[in-house]
Design a binder for this molecule. Structure first.
Ligand SMILES: C[S@@+](CC[C@H](N)C(=O)[O-])C[C@H]1O[C@@H](n2cnc3c(N)ncnc32)[C@H](O)[C@@H]1O
Length: 268
């Protein structure tokens, strides 16, 4: 294996900024999937890396928290920044045996919900998304967990209909302002679905809509965990406070950027 990694690493010199890691990840993913690597596979891999396709999308999987998730062009590649949500939930709900009910809005690959269900073995959860194709991937990723996945549009008036109340609501909604999308790195712009990125003119459309609905979906003591983009904290906190929510925490990711906001709702 080491020899193959070295050979592929050599072919990626000048093409990738992380040739060793890309080569290692490629070889390890094939091993996990018990597939043999042919020279055609390697040629194809090098070509796709040259076109800035993320390794995860090429091999069809990405590690997040403690698990490997199936990923395709139809889902956002799970990001390590989003693990901040999992850390935050764990810090508020310390009893890992608790039978929590969890809602994940804009579930994508299902990585947030499924990682939480991995941590809280007695919990159950619902993941919703507007994308049928993403929901299909989430369902496959969630087969071993007490998870259900449904199509729902977070902007629709009847979003809360048919949903019970939840102890934990997590969401990493699309939050990139529309105009900034053309400036994103190629590996994001071309290989993550636009639906997962575009947050409207100021990037805040989803939070505005969720501020209306989520208060109706919380158990007493229930909490909301939002992932946000860099510098969005003031605006999101303001629009949530305006609808009566209480801010509990601004949590930073490993790069020191405020990445997760935690809210409760005590009002009526
Ligand atoms: C930033 S991605 C997050 C995916 C995943 N939760 C994660 O953290 O990796 C946002 C997700 O929201 C979904 N989405 C976009 N618009 C939506 C809408 N109107 N209603 C529900 N989900 C939506 C997208 O399809 C995408 O899967």
């Amino acid at each position: 294996m080491n020899k193959l990694v070295k050979e592929i690493e050599a072919r990626l010199q000048g093409i990738s900024t992380t040739p060793y890691l890309d080569a290692l990840f490629f070889v390890e993913a094939y091993e996990r999937q018990q597939k043999e690597i042919t020279s055609c596979d390697v040629d194809d891999f090098v070509k796709r890396i040259q076109k800035k396709e993320p390794v995860s999308k090429i091999v069809g999987e990405r590690g997040f928290w403690a698990l490997d998730f199936k990923v395709t062009k139809d889902v956002l590649d799970p990001r390590s920044d989003s693990e901040t949500i999992i850390e935050s939930v764990l810090s508020y709900f310390k009893d890992k045996e608790a039978p929590l009910s969890i809602l994940d809005i804009g579930t994508g690959s299902g990585c947030l919900l499924i990682s939480l269900l991995y941590e809280y073995k007695n919990a159950k959860g619902i993941g919703v998304d507007i994308s049928d194709k993403a929901l299909q991937i989430a369902k496959e990723n969630g087969l071993d967990y007490n998870a259900s996945f449904f199509k729902k549009d977070l902007f629709s008036k009847d979003f809360i209909n048919d949903l019970p109340v939840f102890d934990v609501i997590v969401s990493n909604p699309p939050y990139i302002p529309t105009k900034e999308i053309e400036n994103l790195e190629e590996n994001v712009r071309y290989y993550d679905p636009l639906l997962a990125l575009d947050g409207g003119i100021d990037g805040l459309d989803a939070y505005r809509s969720l501020a209306h609905s989520l208060k109706h979906l919380l158990t007493p003591g229930g909490k909301i965990f939002f992932e946000i983009g860099k510098g969005q904290e003031k605006s999101v906190i303001a629009l949530m406070k305006d609808k009566g929510y209480t801010l509990l925490e601004e949590r930073k990711d490993l790069a020191g950027i405020i990445r997760v906001l935690v809210f409760s709702f005590e009002g009526k």
